[in-house]
Design a protein around this ligand. Structure first.
Ligand code: NAG
Ligand code: NAG
Length: 436
């Protein structure tokens, strides 16, 4: 079943009422800031938010879920929240046994709501009670920069331990960041009424709330230190697209061009090859924090590889050549790319995603795709295989963790635009110089 706006609105109202009646609504509307970490084993980003535990950030996730204490609160099955959960479209997934999840319900919870948490990395899902999680984060007061630890509750699903397979050792679950009403940002926006925006700078922080005052520290190489500028004065934005069948954030990419020095080659794709098909939910270019590298549908990948190779051939360095592929990468070159002085990095082609209606194109500079291996420089973009995908449907392209690292992204869901920085190294700055 698809989402109806009426259900979403009534849920938001319901969450707001819950917040008011339980005395949790804040008298002010300060954004909340959560530190991020990148797990070295899995390359997934985690957010420190629950007591003694972290959750994996899933930009396309619809729910918050975690393993639960054996005794936990429940949500009545005849509540608005429960009907929202029951209307969440089920992902295609392999079911793992949820065990006797009802055994730990608090006494007196006869009619309790069950939910269906899923692990986007393994493609597994299960069943567990809907419950309330105690969380905390710093609220930040922009003019004074003071931070206060605040406690709050979110509604989420309990999940069995088995559902944690392939997640970081410290993680007890997932925090969904999609626009669906039970994602982490949607719930906080409904509770705190502070503007439907969130900012992420991977791998440093997430801030949820009205983040119009994010400042980027820029060093223009004048030796005068950093100058802090409002992000809206320095980075472009693009319209965000939605897919009626999939909860992820989609970009209006029209062409993929590879340029290197004077060479510029556009991947030869039929018109509309990258568009979302609203009827089936297939296609489109979507952001994902649960896949380590970008993935392209085979027809898109073939055209991209041809364009990349042609740009390398026409670029000015003739001693760069293809070397055998190194699994899982298919497109690898020898070690002859020259060095750039500033930022210190390899002089390799830039992959440009040309966006419709945006104030700039999205550039993938070297650090957002180049994988350096012994004797080979590989392009960290994979061809979509027959196996499981981190995003439902069959997107034309998924941008993964490698592509989002060291990028500032500000999601303005009131205006449905995404402000994006591309690799901050190329603006002579980093996420540690971005302040929310
Ligand atoms: C990474 O994996 C190794 C081996 O499985 C494990 O010993 C280590 O604790 C893991 N590190 C983290 C940060 O999870
Ligand atoms: C994006 O790239 C295309 C092709 O080079 C160019 O025509 C267009 O002006 C660029 N868009 C912006 C906003 O710079």
């Amino acid at each position: 079943m698809l989402w109806s706006p009426a259900v979403m609105v009534s849920l938001l109202l319901l969450l707001k009422c819950m917040a008011v009646t339980s005395g949790e609504q804040q008298p002010y509307k300060l954004p909340l800031v959560f530190p991020l970490a990148k797990d070295p084993n899995t390359s997934l980003y985690t957010i420190a938010i629950k007591k003694d535990a972290t959750l994996v950030v899933d930009l396309a996730g619809t729910l918050v879920w975690s393993t639960c204490p054996s005794t936990h609160s429940t949500v009545p099955c005849l509540s608005g929240t429960c009907s929202v959960v029951n209307q969440q479209q089920q992902r295609r997934c392999r079911y793992v046994d949820g065990g006797r999840f009802w055994a730990g319900r608090e006494p007196g919870s006869r009619c309790a709501c069950a939910a269906h948490p899923s692990n986007p990395v393994t493609g597994e899902c299960s069943t567990g009670d809907l419950t309330s999680f105690a969380m905390s984060a710093d609220s930040i007061d922009n003019p004074t920069k003071s931070r206060n630890l605040e406690a709050f509750n979110t509604v989420g699903a309990c999940a069995p331990q088995r559902l944690l397979a392939s997640l970081p050792a410290t993680a007890t679950g997932i925090a969904g960041f999609s626009q669906r009403p039970l994602s982490l940002p949607s719930q906080l926006v409904a509770q705190r009424n502070f503007g439907n925006k969130f900012a992420v700078c991977f791998p440093e922080f997430v801030s949820i709330g009205d983040t119009h005052k994010v400042y980027i520290g820029l060093d223009h190489g004048t030796g005068g230190g950093q100058r802090f500028v409002d992000y809206t004065d320095t980075i472009p934005y693009t319209p965000l697209l939605t897919n009626p069948r999939n909860p992820g954030y989609y970009l209006p990419v029209k062409h993929i061009t590879v340029w290197w020095n004077s060479a510029s080659v556009t991947a030869s794709l039929p018109a509309g090859a990258l568009d979302v098909d609203g009827r089936t939910g297939r296609g489109g270019v979507v952001l994902s924090t649960v896949t380590p590298y970008a993935i392209m549908r085979p027809d898109v990948f073939r055209a991209f590889v041809q364009a990349f190779d042609a740009a390398v051939q026409r670029g000015k360095y003739s001693d760069v050549y293809r070397v055998p592929a190194v699994e899982p990468f298919k497109l690898c070159y020898n070690d002859a790319f020259p060095l750039l002085k500033r930022p210190i990095s390899y002089d390799v082609p830039t992959i440009r995603l040309e966006l419709a209606g945006a104030t700039g194109n999205w550039s993938l500079f070297n650090g957002n795709y180049l994988v350096r291996l012994p004797g080979a420089n590989c392009v960290g973009i994979l061809e979509m295989g027959a196996g499981h995908m981190p995003v439902d449907g069959e997107p034309a392209m998924v941008l993964g963790v490698k592509q989002l690292d060291r990028n500032l992204l500000v999601f303005d869901l009131d205006k449905m635009v995404l402000w994006f920085s591309s690799l901050l190294d190329f603006r002579w700055t980093s996420c540690s110089s971005v302040v929310a």
